[in-house]
Design a protein around this ligand. Structure first.
Ligand code: MF3
Ligand code: CO
Length: 248
């Protein structure tokens, strides 16, 4: 069931989204060689509580942490750890959701640590571009798969592959609502996009094969071939004036 939001509800979602965007922005400066992913989580939690919000992911289906930190060949849902130190040349995907006054905001970015390879740089660039191309297609009159196919085309045109095992989603009073927003597929399929829909669009892109597997911790998704993976996500409202990025 797709839940259409009123302007007041979109306002509330955007307040949660603003906190997510601000914290991700602060992390761009905080992330550097030598810090552990556990330190990043501590930093993120403090920022969330400062804003009187709650971490959306902690305890969600048993996920143990307030933020997903996925390094290199990890695709999504990496768990912060005291034993993992960032090193020069790493790429790190940071996925963050918060709950504020009954509404969720959700976004992700991928950052480089120090100097990364040309290939890694291109992967990050293409994944972010794919997100914005998908967002451009999140407009009234289009269908869900117009978003999906535009993302897939951009990624594959650049020689990379889109992950199929995880998808974007509606968002609002729940972290995950209908409809699902895949990052692949033929255009012109799925439900029609309507004013008042709020969705999280989140391409996950691998350099090699699109296939992923889950590690023994039950969460961390990694590429099967060990290739690098990047992830970008925005929460977006579909309005009569076009897509509005709420996690900007
Ligand atoms: N952005 C991800 C999603 O929408 C994060 C969920 S992670 C979980 O699925 F840990 F909360 F499951
Ligand atoms: Co999401």
């Amino acid at each position: 069931m797709i839940i259409i939001k009123s302007e007041t509800e979109i306002k509330k979602i955007s307040e949660a989204c603003k906190i997510v965007a601000e914290i991700l922005d602060k992390l761009k400066k905080y992330i550097k060689e030598g810090i552990t992913t556990a330190q990043i989580e501590t930093f993120v939690e403090k920022e969330i509580y400062k804003k009187k919000a709650l971490p959306a992911f902690k305890g969600y289906r048993g996920y143990p942490s307030s933020v997903c930190l996925s390094l290199n060949s990890q695709v999504v849902h990496g768990i912060p750890s005291k034993g993992v130190k960032l090193k020069n040349g790493d790429i790190i995907s940071i996925d963050l959701g918060v709950l504020l006054n009954g509404f969720y905001g959700d976004a992700a970015i991928t950052l480089s640590v120090g100097e990364v390879s040309q290939e890694a740089k291109k992967l990050i660039e293409v994944t972010e571009q794919a997100l914005y191309i998908g967002i451009d297609n999140a407009k009234v009159g289009n269908r869900v798969s117009d978003i999906s196919s535009s993302i897939q085309q951009h990624v594959e045109k650049n020689g990379f592959s889109v992950v199929r095992a995880f998808v974007g989603h509606g968002i609002g009073r729940f972290l995950h609502e209908d409809p699902q927003i895949p990052n692949f597929g033929k255009p012109g399929r799925g439900v029609k996009l309507r004013e008042g829909m709020t969705i999280a669009i989140e391409p996950m892109v691998n350099i090699g094969s699109p296939d992923v597997m889950i590690l023994e911790d039950g969460w961390t998704a990694v590429t099967v071939d060990g290739s690098l993976s990047a992830h970008f996500e925005h929460t977006v409202a579909i309005t009569k004036n076009g897509p509005e990025i709420l996690t900007k």
